[in-house]
Design a protein around this ligand. Structure first.
Ligand SMILES: Nc1nc2c(c(=O)[nH]1)N[C@H]1C(S)=C(S)[C@@H](COP(=O)(O)O)O[C@H]1N2
Ligand SMILES: [Mo]
Length: 254
């Protein structure tokens, strides 16, 4: 079902929170040993095919963070698509009154903080000098729509290694210059398809879609892919995120 994008995500948050805390499901999962088989069983998705991952993402909304984290595998990849499958026009999601589309600040640099050896900030040119990876993947919004897009940028695992991040730290936290923020677990940060995207549809990102650099993480729901990044912090302190604070599952991934 495609929801009207104007339906505020917060309106459905209580329902999601209630589903996510269904104790029965969790006990069931734990008893089954959190196998891939149990994920397939509970989500009703065939995970032997790639597209099962996309389908499972929808269903993961019902599970709590602990279960989702236990089911996470860095070996499982989100489906990739041919260029002909790219959704056009591709919508952007920034209709919330407090987050007007923000132009890139004049002296923008990406700041790094926390448990990292090298704290110098990053210009776009410097980010572009790192190895780049392209992907065409599905972006799934918790509000009930999805679209296929093309992004290219620096794999986050390469960036984290480059700045000498403590890869045993628990979290990577993202702050955005439009006021948005979110954070992810280290395993998801090191997933091979998690990138710091600089390009969208083979062109440099524009402000609507998160210029000059955004997180793009196809094994998680869209709200985890923070746009318009200002800083990245490697930390052991849980920091949650904007939508997470309204009741969405923090993990929100497969
Ligand atoms: N900085 C920032 N990042 C954000 C958001 C936002 O409002 N601000 N919205 C999130 C949500 S809910 C979604 S679905 C996607 C939308 O990405 P798109 O505009 O490329 O479709 O960005 C995510 N990242
Ligand atoms: Mo979203």
């Amino acid at each position: 079902m495609i929801r009207d994008p104007a339906v505020k995500a917060a309106e459905i948050a209580p329902e999601l929170a209630r589903l996510g805390r269904r104790g029965l499901l969790r006990r069931d999962l734990l008893r089954r040993g959190l196998s891939l088989g149990s994920l397939a069983l509970l989500t009703g998705c065939d995970l032997s095919s790639h597209s099962g991952i996309d389908a499972a993402l929808w269903t993961m909304l019902r599970f709590d963070d602990r279960v989702q984290a236990a089911l996470f595998s860095d070996k499982r990849l989100a489906e990739t698509y041919p260029a002909s499958a790219v959704t056009k026009p591709f919508r952007f999601n920034a209709y919330y009154p407090i987050w007007q589309v923000q132009p890139v600040p004049p002296d923008w640099r990406l700041a790094v903080a926390g448990r990292v050896a090298e704290r110098t900030s990053w210009s776009v040119a410097r980010l572009r000098a790192l190895p780049q990876q392209a992907q065409i993947t599905r972006h799934i919004c918790i509000e009930g729509w999805s679209q296929i897009g093309q992004w290219s940028g620096v794999p986050l695992h390469i960036f984290l290694r480059r700045i000498g991040a403590d890869l045993r730290a628990r979290y990577v936290a993202f702050r955005c210059f439009d006021g948005y923020y979110t954070s992810i677990d280290m395993a998801s940060a090191l997933h091979p398809q998690t990138i710091l995207a600089l390009d969208f549809n083979w062109q440099p990102l524009t402000p609507e879609w998160g210029a000059p650099v955004r997180l793009r993480i196809p094994v998680k729901l869209g709200f985890k892919s923070a746009k318009s990044l200002q800083s990245i912090e490697v930390t052991n302190r849980y920091q949650g995120g904007y939508w997470e604070k309204q009741g969405y599952n923090w993990f929100s991934g497969v």
